[in-house]
Ligand binder design. Structure first.
Ligand code: ADP
Ligand code: ADP
Length: 229
């Protein structure tokens, strides 16, 4: 049974159809990358999944339960999803530790549990020794590692990544693609990743959704997408 399911999703802005007839399934532990040129509807699709916009047509389901259609939309914080943004979006006046701890504290987890969970994430994301720093005192790559740690801390059913490496330089992008894919597979995280960078999609994904003009052009493994002209 899929974690996330989209059926006939459509979204228009005025007369302009941003998405039309979009359907797919995401299974537990998969890394799915959505790839396509600017304007093809990637951000719109991600907004519908995150609960930041509502579809005009079709349906989204999490573990079989409807989370969005034209007449209802479960609020973002009740979807069991966390998101990592292109610009990190960390709280600049909170330490690295407090940024990562934010969701766990909202869940009223015991401080001892929070400390041990965060120690593990800090280790996995190579952030040792940076726990007391403020985000502006970190490099771009370090800030994105903190954002990933923060998003993983509450063990979401689905992790949403919105162009996560676009603000990093080429060398760091290549390094972090491999590092993130390794980490998500090791933790068994289900990931829905949106990018315009083919290298990012092809190096990280188990399956790629290739979009064109508001619709899905192809859904397949990187190997099969590569073979298809
Ligand atoms: P992508 O993320 O792939 O660049 P978008 O989802 O942002 O694509 O956009 C898909 C289409 O919907 C584009 O034609 C875009 O101009 C249009 N669109 C997106 N957001 C809005 C909006 N808030 N108002 C009007 N049109 C929009
Ligand atoms: P193949 O390319 O191996 O002949 P298909 O791509 O036709 O196989 O179908 C494999 C699965 O991938 C289908 O069950 C379908 O859900 C999905 N899929 C492939 N391409 C698309 C597409 N353009 N739109 C929607 N789903 C697709």
């Amino acid at each position: 049974k899929p974690i996330l399911e989209a059926v006939g999703l459509g979204k228009r802005y005025g007369k302009q159809a941003a998405l039309q007839g979009v359907g797919f399934e995401v299974y537990a532990g998969e890394i799915i990358s959505v790839l396509g040129p600017s304007g093809c509807g990637k951000s719109t699709l991600l907004q519908l999944i995150a609960g930041l916009a509502q579809p005009d047509e079709g349906e989204l389901r999490m573990r079989g339960a409807v989370i969005a259609n034209a007449s209802r939309s479960v609020p973002p914080e009740k979807r069991g999803m966390n998101m990592v943004f292109q610009d990190y979006a960390l709280w600049p006046h909170m330490s690295v530790f407090d940024n990562i701890a934010y969701g766990l504290r909202r869940q009223k987890k015991a401080e001892a549990v929070i400390r041990s969970d965060i120690a593990e994430l800090v280790r996995l994301l190579h952030l040792q020794g940076l726990e007391d720093r403020l985000p502006p005192q970190l490099s771009g790559g370090q800030q994105q590692r903190v954002a990933i740690a923060r998003a993983l801390a509450t063990k979401p059913d689905l992790l949403l990544l919105d162009e996560p490496l676009s603000n990093l330089d080429m060398r760091l992008r290549i390094e972090m693609r491999a590092e993130m894919a390794y980490l998500f597979r090791r933790l068994g995280t289900t990931v829905f990743h949106v990018t315009h960078d083919p290298d990012e999609a092809f190096s990280m994904a188990d399956r790629i959704i290739i979009m064109r003009a508001g619709g899905i052009d192809q859904i397949d493994t990187p190997q099969a997408c590569y073979r298809r002209p």
